[in-house]
Design a protein around this ligand. Structure first.
Ligand code: GLN
Length: 464
């Protein structure tokens, strides 16, 4: 089949499913088909030739909107492609649309999108997770095999877990963030969703690497992630921090994850105990540092340089105020206020400086743990996908969804969600593996071996 007709089929499915799932904020039929014809006409081979991909709407795409799920960027069309997108194009991929997300990537349910949340294809009364919910749904509902998301505190791994797919947050500095709209720059990374760990390996090999446009990318060689996938995992050491399996975690989640530990043992891995004594402070540290950085990063949205500008202001100051008041949603405002508070004089040492110190302690915990193991296994999220509205009035309950994921962002290490079971209500459960910096190869190998032996026993309800 030609790339053109394949792309057309993908676009048709995307449009049809979007009526129910709302996973795309824009579906780019014209551009995608144009690109597909060009690829059909070219005799050049490319690693991802004709591969359809969805891109989270906070990653810049030339000629397509990039709204960040926010009213304030509702009409924003960037002038350039993010480096990750540019590399995907060079490898022959076709971007079919921009995926729904919590506004400015702040949230764990997609309910903070200014354009309505995406729905979970396993049960459309439930959230897909967030903030990269749309990217997760596009993959879980079978529209695309892979998509780009972003991670600041778990926004790829947690929705991957809720949607029963694979989701990788790479090492800080692995993938260029040039063209990723900043939320909290010491934490942000572009991440990848895949129906299989293999899809992620294929995409990661293309988008990873040093980029002159992003000084935080590292000059670390990019391995061939596909080659390592199928290696025997006999003798690999997987650490289990038992203390993190305590209260607050659903029984079904605990049970499925315990079962996966046994499965890894059967696959030849050695299970060892590890301790992460400071992990319990992860949420507190994250919500201080992430909001502090967000309050600074989001100062640029003032009605002058980008997107939306409020009408009817009589002075510059009033224009700034009205634009930000009308343009930002409630959660974004909450974060800007919290962040401004923790950075203000008198509170800086008590909150921001202290959080940075605890971040260092957390880093040391992981370095110690990795001296004795190759990867650390926990649940990805303490619960399965929750219902719309269940936590939206309680920000703290929502923040606790990130309890297992934020530590990897705070310590720069890579992490992956691996679907590992189904609840009694037929909702996916995910486990997380995190590894030392630059160990994506090991994580993808462990994930791929697991998925081949223990695939999920069902598909999302949307498939009928
Ligand atoms: N749920 C977390 C938050 O709301 C993580 C977001 C993210 O990773 N972008 O901040």
């Amino acid at each position: 089949m030609s790339i053109y007709s394949n792309t057309e089929k993908t676009l048709d499915t995307a449009e049809k499913l979007n009526e129910t799932l709302n996973s795309f904020l824009s579906i780019e039929r014209e551009q995608a088909l144009k690109r597909a014809s060009e690829l059909d006409a070219s005799s050049e081979d490319a690693p991802l030739k004709g591969f359809a991909i969805a891109v989270k709407d906070n990653i810049c795409t030339r000629g397509m909107p990039t709204t960040c799920g926010s009213r304030i960027l509702g009409n924003y069309h960037p002038q350039y492609d993010a480096t990750a997108v540019k590399k995907l194009y060079e490898a022959g991929a076709v971007v079919v649309g921009k995926a729904n997300m919590d506004e400015f990537a702040m949230g764990s349910s997609n309910e903070n999108s200014a354009f309505g949340g995406a729905r979970n294809p396993w049960d459309t009364t439930r959230v897909p997770g967030g903030s990269s919910g749309g990217s997760a749904v596009a993959v879980a509902s079978g529209v695309v095999r892979a998509s780009l998301g972003s991670e600041t505190g778990g926004s790829v791994r947690q929705p991957a877990s809720f949607c029963g797919i694979f989701g990788l947050k790479p090492t800080y500095g692995r993938i260029s963030r040039f063209g990723l709209v900043a939320f909290a720059s010491s934490l942000d990374q572009i991440g990848i969703f895949g129906q299989s760990a293999k899809d992620i390996a294929g995409v990661l090999g293309i988008v990873a690497g040093r980029d002159a446009n992003d000084a935080t990318t590292a000059d670390v060689p990019v391995p061939n992630y596909l080659e390592a996938l199928d290696k025997d995992i006999k003798g690999r050491k997987i650490g289990v921090p038992r203390a993190l399996f305590g209260e607050g975690i659903d029984d079904e989640v605990r049970h499925a994850v315990e079962n996966s530990i046994d499965n890894y043992r059967k696959l030849g891995a050695e299970i060892v105990d590890v301790e992460l004594p400071h992990a319990k402070y992860g949420i507190a540290v994250y919500y201080i540092l992430a909001t502090a950085e967000a309050s600074s990063n989001l100062a640029r949205f003032d009605g002058v340089r980008y997107g939306f500008r409020a009408e009817g202001a009589h002075s510059l100051r009033e224009m700034y105020n009205k634009t930000r008041e009308e343009g930002f949603g409630a959660e974004v405002k909450r974060r800007i206020m919290l962040g401004t508070y923790v950075l203000s004089s008198g509170y800086y040492d008590a909150y921001y400086a202290k959080a940075q110190k605890v971040r260092t302690l957390l880093k040391q915990d992981y370095q110690k743990a990795f001296a004795g193991c190759d990867a650390i296994l926990t649940p990805t999220s303490p619960t399965v996908a929750f219902k719309f509205g269940e936590k939206s009035d309680d920000p703290l309950a929502m923040y606790l969804s990130d309890i297992y994921t934020v530590s990897a962002n705070l310590t720069s290490i890579p992490g992956i969600n691996i679907p590992c079971g189904l609840s009694s209500e037929n909702l996916p459960i995910g486990m997380q593996l995190v590894g030392n910096n630059w160990s994506e190869e090991v994580l993808l190998n462990l994930a791929y071996r697991y998925e081949n032996e223990y695939p999920l026993a069902a598909k999302p309800a949307i498939f009928g």
